[in-house]
Structure formats: structure tokens, C-alpha cells
Design a protein around this ligand. Structure first.
Ligand SMILES: NC(=O)c1ccc[n+]([C@@H]2O[C@H](COP(=O)([O-])OP(=O)(O)OC[C@H]3O[C@@H](n4cnc5c(N)ncnc54)[C@H](O)[C@@H]3O)[C@@H](O)[C@H]2O)c1
Length: 361
């Protein structure tokens, strides 16, 4: 698979990724390297990662023996917080890490967000590499320079923009993911297909099972994200398109965090996509048949969630914390058509309630 090389970062696939990473480690002469994992990515991916990197050449193999440090955190969104960041900073200080050292984040979006944040703030920034091990991490979280942690019930409220130098995609890591996790990552692929070209959603719809997503389709989803963040890395304009489904999706995710019906990020985004497609119909005249089509396809892959009137009220209330707000108003990305997103769209609370009704029916 062709590498994607940009000024600030490179995305390299499979064996070539290990070769590139080995060269990068050698050329930069890193004295210490931390591999940050969570307990699941440690169990399922660390051996594959180390053996594949060591196999690239002897020099790196020796370096790995002498300079690697490991730190693993508890899996789950609950670890993406300031307490865990402090633990990792403390570990780096205790082990004598310097600004000239390297952090490799081997894990899903939780680890690449957390590790990117820890790296970019430690000693005002050490270099880091992302090795995403979930589908969501591969097509979305590990790419694009957004790092951060949650605070109180607010997702990603603390963070910085900083690009991983290399993003190494090894599709083998998908083999140990649960179907639920793969499906959650697939939500971001669906989102990319809706904001990309008109024909892309038709391609996505051909996928019947998340166990059979062609690697070319994952690659295409990655290129969609790159083509946007490359033009607008700091989200002053078109990067906002990537928030399709996320204004309500994030509020739903935050609202259900810690409850019995807690959702994975991608599952919340899938609901957000249905709601915001309906809002698109209300506000921009997006074709109602397309909205139904999106809802049908999402319902085929994701279980439906019930929201009471008070849930909806609380979710709307949470929109006040959205980072995209302007003049205290929640800003939405809406579709005028497939592949034609519009940003900075305002909707009313009543329209959101109607969208929830549409989702429920
Ligand atoms: N920075 C961004 O641009 C961006 C974009 C989208 C999402 N995100 C963030 O990403 C996070 C969600 O990412 P995620 O869905 O990858 O969640 P995650 O990192 O929590 O991983 C999901 C689960 O899969 C496990 N896991 C990881 N790799 C595995 C493997 N190969 N085999 C078996 N189990 C494995 C993890 O331990 C975890 O239990 C959220 O915090 C979200 O805010 C960030």
C-alpha cells in the first residue's frame, strides 16, 4: 500500500512501516523510547510490534534491547484523564527521559490521544509515533494532530494540536478486535464516506459485515481524513466537516459515560450521524430518501438506543460544552447532499427533539 507522506507526518503501511520506523529511530539516535499501551493492546499487539520492528535490522534490534521502556494503562475511556497523564509523566521523569527521546503510542484512540497529549506537553514536547491498533484509531484518531484528555464529563476538553511524526498502520492488529469495536470504528468510515465524494457512500454500503472490510476501503477512509487535515490542520474551516455526527454524538457519549448504557465513541457517533442527517433534511433540504437510507444502513450495523424525554433534554443541555460553539450556540455540520457538507450551521432545540423522534421511529 502506497505510503502517504506529508510535511508534518508520514503514514506507512505494514512491513514498510516497520522499516521506516527503524530508520527513523536510527537516524534520530533516540537514547530512550517509551512504548505506551493499554493492557489489551499490550497483550494483543506488543509482541507483534516488537518482533516486526526487530526483524527490520540488527542495529534497531540492539537498540530495542537497550533503550526500550514500557508503560501500560488500564483500558477504556476512563484512563484518558489527567490522573493517568500524571502517572506517565512521573514514569518519564523517574526513568530520566529527555526532550530528545521518543514515545511510541501503541493502542486505540484512547492511547494515541493520551500518549500524544503526554508527549507534546512533557518538557514542552517530545517526538511521538502512533501505531493505531483499532479500526477507529487507523482511520481517524491516530491521524491529524489532535491529542487530548477528558476532564469531568467533558470529552477532549484539554489538549493540544501536535502531529505524530510517523503513523504506522499494521492491519494485523484488527484480527484481535471484537466485532463491537470494529463496528464502532466503522462509524467513522461511514462518516468519511458521507462527507467525501458522492459515490463513496454507495461503496461503503456494499460492506455487509465489518469482518470483511477491504483494506483498500480503510486506505480510502484514511486519505479522506488526510485530504482535509492537510488543508486545515487547526480546524478553522473545512476540518469542521469531520465533525459530522459529532456535535450530538459527543453529547450522547458524554451523557451516557459511566451509565449502564455507556456507548463506545463510534456507537455514539453513529447515532449522531442519523440525527444530524435528519437535521440536514430540515435545514438544508438534504434528500429525505438519503436520510432514510443512512438510517437503515446504520441500524443494520448498530443496535438502537432508547432515549427518554429527560435524556434528550440533558443531551441538548450538554451541547453548551461543545468546543465548536460560537456565541454560545452549538454549531453543526450538515449535509446539503452526499459529499457536500456545510459547517457552522445552527439548529434549534425543537429541531433536535424532532431528530430524536425520527431516530426512534
Ligand atoms: N484525536 C482524534 O482526532 C480522535 C478522533 C476520533 C476519536 N478519538 C478518540 O479515540 C478514542 C476512541 O478510540 P478507540 O475506539 O480506538 O477506543 P480505545 O482506544 O479505547 O480501544 C477500544 C478497545 O479496544 C482495545 N484494543 C485496542 N487495540 C486492540 C487490539 N488490537 N485487539 C484487541 N483489543 C484492542 C482497547 O484496550 C479498548 O478496550 C476516544 O477517546 C475518542 O475521543 C480521537
Amino acid at each position: 500500500m502506497n505510503p502517504i507522506k506529508k510535511n508534518k507526518f508520514s503514514i506507512i503501511f505494514n512491513h514498510d512501516g516497520y522499516v521506516e520506523l527503524a530508520e527513523y529511530i536510527e537516524n534520530n539516535n533516540f537514547k530512550k523510547i517509551l512504548i505506551l499501551t493499554d493492557d489489551n493492546s499490550k497483550e494483543n499487539c506488543l509482541d507483534i510490534f516488537i518482533s516486526s520492528l526487530s526483524a527490520t535490522n540488527n542495529q534497531v534490534s540492539n537498540l530495542i534491547d537497550s533503550s526500550l521502556f514500557y508503560y501500560s494503562v488500564k483500558p477504556g475511556e476512563n484512563s484518558k484523564n489527567i490522573e493517568t497523564s500524571i502517572e506517565v509523566w512521573k514514569f518519564l521523569i523517574d526513568k530520566g527521559f529527555k526532550r530528545s527521546d521518543l514515545i511510541i503510542n501503541l493502542g486505540g484512540g484512547m492511547i494515541t490521544d493520551l500518549g500524544g497529549f503526554v508527549a507534546s506537553t512533557f518538557m514542552r514536547g517530545v517526538k511521538f509515533v502512533n501505531v493505531p491498533t483499532t479500526l477507529l484509531g487507523m482511520v481517524d484518531a491516530s491521524i491529524g494532530g489532535k491529542t487530548g484528555i477528558d476532564h469531568r464529563e467533558i470529552k477532549n476538553i484539554i489538549g493540544v494540536f501536535e502531529f505524530a511524526k510517523i503513523i504506522l498502520i499494521d492491519y494485523r492488529f484488527l484480527n484481535t478486535l471484537t466485532k463491537r469495536q470494529k463496528t464502532a470504528g466503522y462509524a467513522e468510515m461511514i462518516k468519511h464516506s458521507l462527507i467525501c465524494e458522492k459515490s463513496e457512500f454507495d461503496m461503503i454500503k456494499k460492506v455487509d459485515s465489518v469482518d470483511e472490510i477491504p483494506h483498500e476501503m480503510i486506505y480510502k477512509s484514511i486519505t479522506t481524513k488526510i485530504s482535509i487535515v492537510d488543508i486545515d490542520p487547526h480546524e478553522s474551516s473545512i476540518r469542521k466537516f469531520l465533525n459530522y455526527g459529532h456535535t450530538l454524538g459527543h453529547a450522547i457519549e458524554s451523557y451516557l459515560l459511566g451509565s449502564n448504557t455507556e456507548l463506545l465513541h463510534g456507537e455514539a457517533i453513529a447515532i449522531g450521524i442519523v440525527l444530524e442527517s435528519y437535521l440536514s433534511y430540515l435545514k438544508t433540504g438534504f434528500d429525505f430518501e438519503q436520510v432514510n437510507d443512512i438510517k437503515r444502513y446504520i441500524n443494520k450495523h448498530f443496535s438502537s438506543v432508547k432515549f427518554s424525554d429527560s435524556d434528550i433534554y440533558e443531551i441538548i443541555n450538554l451541547l453548551k460544552y461543545d468546543k465548536k460553539n460560537s456565541d454560545d450556540k452549538a454549531m453543526f455540520v450538515l449535509l446539503k447532499d452526499l459529499g457536500e457538507p456545510l459547517f457552522n450551521q445552527v439548529v434549534t432545540a425543537k429541531e433536535i427533539v424532532d431528530a430524536f423522534k425520527f431516530y426512534k421511529d
